[in-house]
Design a protein around this ligand. Structure first.
Ligand code: CA
Length: 235
């Protein structure tokens, strides 16, 4: 279930957004101001933030800039909400690092469409679409993983880990990033937990001869690659 942090000081609007998004299958956390939002994100990275521009204290724009400047949150998907339809505001919102921008009042339909578009682009592992790399296919809706007709059995953590790798192939992910994005906990789980589950994932992939798709990148973390599969001699 994709998680969304709604940062909005007007409680009536926040509640209405929360009700509609929960109804649409999202997990919602509410924050009334920048301080609450920072605490929430520090605890668990949401899949996306709906960020009101006008907040008491630190503004939504300042908060977006702050998240963009931090390595852990620089890729956090953000949709800015504003009562102002001014084009120059839209530009400064996007300049501050927002992925999209919605002017109040907006319909639930429009909000959902924007959220899904940003998630598809930025957090595909939060959605239910099947994904395939190097013939290795994972379907979240049926919970099935297979390669070349060989059905693979994965535990729940290995399934989520593989889903994340498949939706972000060829990129190196540190253990801390994996804890944040796959476990949702970067503070209380030890990094070697990641190593344990990567080992289990490789074992689970072995029957389809693709364990080597999960590469260890020394001193950096792990990466899913299909390059090793095409290991024919080349110039
Ligand atoms: Ca406001």
């Amino acid at each position: 279930m994709p998680s969304i942090l709604v940062v909005e000081d007007e409680s009536a609007i926040a509640e209405l957004i929360a009700i509609n998004l929960r109804h649409a299958g999202f997990e919602i956390t509410l924050a009334e101001n920048a301080d609450q939002a920072l605490v929430a994100v520090d605890a668990v990275l949401p899949d996306l933030v709906l960020l009101d521009w006008m907040l008491p204290g630190q503004s939504g724009v300042a908060l977006a800039r702050r998240w963009r400047a931090d390595a852990r949150t620089k890729e956090l998907p953000i949709i800015m909400l504003t009562a102002r339809a001014d084009e120059s505001d839209k530009v400064s919102g996007l300049d501050a690092g927002a992925d999209d921008y919605l002017t109040k009042p907006f319909s639930t339909q429009e909000l959902l469409a924007r959220i899904r578009a940003v998630l598809r682009r930025r957090v595909p592992e939060a959605l239910d679409a099947a994904v395939e790399v190097g013939g290795l296919r994972l379907d979240p809706s049926t919970r099935r993983v297979a390669r070349l007709g060989v059905e693979l059995k994965l535990g729940p953590t290995e399934f989520r880990l593989l889903h994340f790798f498949l939706t972000h192939p060829e990129r190196v992910h540190s253990r801390a990033q994996l804890l944040d994005r796959v476990w949702g906990d970067h503070v209380f789980i030890e990094e070697r937990t990641v190593d344990v589950h990567v080992k289990r994932l490789r074992e689970a992939l072995q029957p389809a001869q693709c364990a080597q798709m999960i590469e260890t990148v020394r001193g950096a973390g792990y990466r899913l690659t299909q390059q090793v599969m095409a290991s024919a001699p080349s110039a």
